[in-house]
Design a protein. Structure first.
Lengths: 201, 221
């Protein structure tokens, strides 16, 4: 039977590089996909993943087996990703996440009314283009909503685990998820693709 | 349960995280409310949509990662290497201070004098050295003053002799108009003698004052 992550971390703590390599191989793709969905840029995601593994190695001596390895790893990954997003925010000059209140009381995000790369409602797109459209829609969500959706939907973390990773109240996590999905619903409702079900609503 | 409450629970319901006691209440509401049912289906479809994203494969370059770990481990060493001139200077100063400390047995600061004792042998304090310089200066001045006042007094004596000679021979050798000139010359010589005497005594006074100033300075030191 293969050793668990916590056992491997005990080996890493003793300076065993092979145990560290096993951990890296076990988590490399999952970690990459998590960061890539949050950051949206392949090369930056690779750099951040490298930074995460470096931090894991350096923090091994402080790792306490009572916390689940996955939660601990994701906390590091999310912190590194948030740092990158903040750096980008500082570089960005026009706030694309600006919103205003519409007549019927809805929150309208400026970015949603700008011309986008998504196909028009009557356009049928190729199956391999869908991923791009969804990635694009995810990218346009506010960071905190995107992070919660990625952790819940793609990484399968329970809401209370997400609250622990992000260090915020459970209610905040659920509300971010709800608002994020609501925005995605608006952005993706016209999406139809060849040979697949019609998700146009 | 109203529509707003039901919509707030949709996400938890779809991810099977809704507590069982709320599930039946939620489902009852959906059975009655067509709008909420439709909304739930839309959210469900959105989640279905999200599933279309394929997971990517991006293996880690283990060699590069190991290198990065080594680089970071040696960052402290690198920091020291990059700033070697600073560390070298600090090191040399430290060694010199240690050697100095080996030979010094006592450092004392009393009043205004800093005294350093090298293995029991006391070195001159600053005020002692100043006093020695001042003493040498005073000696030079005394010598100069003695020489100058001696010469001045010799001139005064020579003049007195000349005046006496004029006085004793005045009646016999010079008469008439010359007598007046003699008297004037006599007076001029007397004035010069007086001035010279004043100068001699003033020089002495001046020197005395300068000794006092020097002495006061030495005391201050």
């Amino acid at each position: 039977m293969e050793p668990g992550d916590e056992e491997l971390m005990q080996e890493v703590k003793r300076g065993d590089m092979r145990a560290f390599d096993v951990l890296v191989r076990r988590w490399e793709n999952q970690l990459f996909n998590l960061i890539y969905k949050i950051i949206g840029d392949f090369e930056t995601a690779e750099d951040i993943r490298q930074e995460v593994f470096l931090r894991v190695y350096r923090a091994a001596s402080r790792y306490r087996p009572h916390s689940q390895f996955k939660t601990w790893l994701y906390r590091i990954a999310i912190n590194c990703s948030i740092n990158e997003l903040r750096k980008r925010d500082r570089r960005r000059t026009v706030p694309l996440m600006m919103s205003y209140q519409t007549k019927d009381g809805r929150q309208q995000y400026l970015e949603d009314i700008l011309p986008d790369l998504n196909p028009q409602p009557d356009e049928i797109i190729q199956r391999d283009e869908i991923a791009g459209c969804i990635q694009n829609a995810l990218r346009r969500l506010p960071d905190e909503q995107r992070i919660v959706i990625v952790l819940r939907h793609y990484e399968g973390l329970k809401f209370h685990q997400i609250a622990s990773v992000l260090g915020c109240p459970l209610g905040t996590v659920k509300s971010r998820m709800h608002h994020g999905l609501e925005r995605l619903r608006m952005m993706l409702k016209h999406l139809r693709w060849e040979g697949g079900a019609n998700y146009g609503l | 349960m109203d529509c707003e409450q039901a919509r707030g629970l949709i996400v938890e319901f779809l991810y099977n995280e809704l507590p069982s006691e709320s599930v039946s209440e939620f489902q009852e509401h959906l059975a009655e409310c067509e709008d909420c049912l439709k909304y739930k289906e839309e959210i469900q479809n959105t989640l279905e949509c999200l599933n279309q994203v394929e997971e990517l494969r991006a293996p880690v370059d283990l060699a590069a990662l190991h290198d990065a770990i080594d680089r970071r481990r040696h960052r402290v060493g690198k920091f020291l290497r990059r700033r070697w001139p600073v560390w070298a200077t600090i090191g040399v100063c430290g060694i010199m201070l240690s050697i100095f400390a080996l030979f010094v047995s006592e450092i004392r600061y009393e009043g205004n004098a800093l005294t350093i004792t090298f293995n029991g042998q006391e070195t001159d304090s600053l005020s002692e050295r100043t006093a020695r310089v001042l003493a040498a200066y005073r000696e030079d001045q005394l010598r100069f003053q003695a020489q100058l006042s001696g010469e001045l007094r010799a001139s005064v004596a020579a003049l007195s002799q000349m005046i006496n000679e004029y006085e004793s021979h005045r009646d016999r050798q010079i008469a008439g108009a010359f007598q007046q000139m003699q008297i004037q010359q006599h007076q001029t010589l007397l004035a010069i003698q007086k001035e010279l005497e004043i100068l001699a005594s003033q020089t002495e006074d001046e020197f005395k004052r300068s000794y006092l100033t020097m002495a006061a300075l030495a005391d201050l030191q």
